[in-house]
Ligand binder design. Structure first.
Ligand SMILES: Cc1ncc(COP(=O)(O)O)c(C=O)c1O
Length: 401
């Protein structure tokens, strides 16, 4: 176990400023704190580093099989069986170069042009993006953090058409931070199956869950749900491997799985996951669990700290995240436009957040901002100290108007 992996001094700021892109340190002026893309500020665990070094030193870096290294597929199947009670065999696992890419190949392998997919609104932009890029039509179903299964189903029911093919779920949910209960998932999935719809469950956040909440993998609920579900897993959030672009698709329906593999173009070698990325995942799943446990413990204290700081912003309301390391406060009391609020915070506090804009999360995100807290306490505290003064100014400006 790495000692003090999440202390203030564990954040390698110089390296992040050089290497952390996607709205983060390397893409911001030097004085800006980016609480933007959901990507941790901490180095990956020692087990991953050692395993990559060993593999590279051995010097053989040949092609991997198109569906993934046997050890990679085995490691994922074991992980799904032992930690998520999903009856998964290595043959059901297909390696993809990221969770984003898993969603893209599933969309391409499951949808014809014009097919409709029911997705929650808000949700991560990849939902609408990958469906649209595959020629499908995302149909946004308004859902807040406390929407019941019955409420969600009623909203879906009203949007059903002869072209509706799938329901895509995000659990734990980015950006709402909800961890769906087993009962919620079962009710929604059983309704979908009666409507002859298939399901996608994006479970990239499934390791980041705060007690007493518990994660349920959709495919673990019943064999009928499993055969109608394709699961997306990823390693950017739990183990900080975003730059290695690695994830996987799990599908127990051989015919459906085959369609997805064909759609991926991995068999032609046009696409395929780097062996080093797979080696990193094997090490993470085999030896990274103590590090992950400590990471979640750190995140839980960060989450509590963010909630306490946000409670001091007048009129701002927030759903306490049950999972993920993002928080999604409703900030309309500070101004009508979340994009403008983010511009103010960037200009005056030098802190970057993600606005609840339709392009990031759908129209249901309006009035919110997303704050990522996977950093050190010192950085988070500094960011809130800086934002507090701007929030105070905004409130005073509003009172004067
Ligand atoms: C819900 C969700 N799905 C997928 C992804 C993409 O992950 P990856 O880096 O593996 O492409 C993200 C990343 O933010 C996410 O939040």
């Amino acid at each position: 176990m790495d000692g003090n992996s999440f202390s203030d001094n564990a954040v390698p700021l110089d390296l992040l400023r050089e290497r952390a892109f996607n709205l983060r340190w390397a893409q911001q002026p030097a004085d800006v704190i980016p609480l933007t893309a959901a990507d941790p500020d901490f180095p990956v665990c020692q087990a991953i580093q050692d395993s990559l070094i060993r593999y590279v030193r051995e010097g053989v870096l040949s092609y991997a099989p198109p569906e993934g290294l046997p050890n990679f597929r085995q490691a994922i199947a074991d992980w799904m069986r032992t930690t998520r009670q999903v009856e998964c065999t290595p043959a059901e696992v297909f390696a993809t170069d990221s969770a984003a890419s898993a969603m893209a190949v599933i969309a391409r392998g499951s949808l014809d042009a014009g097919d409709e997919v029911l997705i929650p609104d808000p949700v991560d932009f990849l939902f609408q993006h990958t469906i649209t890029r595959a020629g499908g039509v995302p149909v946004q179903i308004g859902a807040g953090a406390t929407t019941s299964a019955e409420g969600f189903i009623a909203a879906m029911q009203s949007r059903l058409t002869p072209r509706t093919r799938m329901v895509w779920l995000c659990n734990p949910h980015n950006p709402l931070g909800v961890v769906h209960s087993r009962e919620w998932l079962k009710t929604v999935a059983e309704w979908a199956i009666t409507q002859r719809l298939r399901l996608l469950s994006d479970e990239i956040w499934s390791d980041i869950v705060y007690a007493p909440h518990q994660f349920t993998s959709l495919a673990s609920i019943s064999p009928e749900i499993a055969i109608n579900t394709v699961t997306v897993v990823g390693f950017s959030k739990n183990f900080g491997l975003a730059g290695l672009r690695v994830g996987a698709v799990l599908c127990s329906n051989p015919q459906w799985r085959r369609q997805i593999v064909v759609a991926s173009d991995a068999e032609s070698t046009v696409f395929g996951v780097s062996v080093l990325s797979q080696v990193a995942v094997i090490a993470a799943l085999r030896d990274g669990q103590p590090w992950l446990k400590e990471f979640v413990r750190h995140l839980q204290t960060q989450r509590n700290y963010v909630l306490e700081r946000l409670s001091q912003w007048p009129g701002v309301t927030v759903f306490p995240p049950q999972g993920t390391y993002v928080v999604f406060p409703y900030v309309r009391s500070l101004g009508n436009d979340a994009e403008r609020l983010c511009e103010h915070l960037l200009a005056r506090a030098r802190v970057a957040l993600v606005p609840g804009a339709p392009r990031w999360f759908g129209p249901g995100a309006s009035g919110h901002v997303r704050i990522c807290f996977a950093t050190s306490r010192r950085i988070l505290q500094e960011a809130f100290d800086r934002m507090d003064s701007v929030v105070k100014e905004l409130v005073e400006e509003k009172q004067r108007d």
